[in-house]
Ligand binder design. Sequence first.
Ligand code: THU
Length: 144
Amino acid sequence: MSQRDLNSLIEIAQEARERAFAPFSNFRVGAAVETEDGEIYTGCNIESASYGLTVCAERVAIWKAVSEGARCFGRLVIVADTERLTPPCGTCRQIIWEHCRNTTIVLANLRGETETVDIQHLLPRAFDAKYLREAGKEKGASEG
Ligand code: THU
């Protein structure tokens, strides 16, 4: 991955951040997820007056991509204006695990600082579909 390419993906996430709808927290986040064949989907956080319905930038980007048929992602950039780089929240970690397991996650701020993290580290021992499949097998076994 060339640094220049990464910088342009960060810029795209920064532009998405400008579109954040965050009138309640004023905490604006942008995200950009890139498919393995180079397509880019962006997201920003979208808040609700019913606070719990707020959706984070990462999930908006991933759901836009998945809803358009994209499945394999190379990189996910998350940008916020914080000194300490903002990591994804717990809910987003679950969604990242399910859709972007092998994705390079890049945290960035507006001062040009970046850090690469991986989801295995952010969400150890994650719950996912394999547990559902195992439960299905057990059910079949006890019934049979
Ligand atoms: N937020 C994100 O969009 N992504 C994160 O990783 C952390 C939090 C948003 C949700 C809410 O609109 C605001 O930041 C404050 O929590």
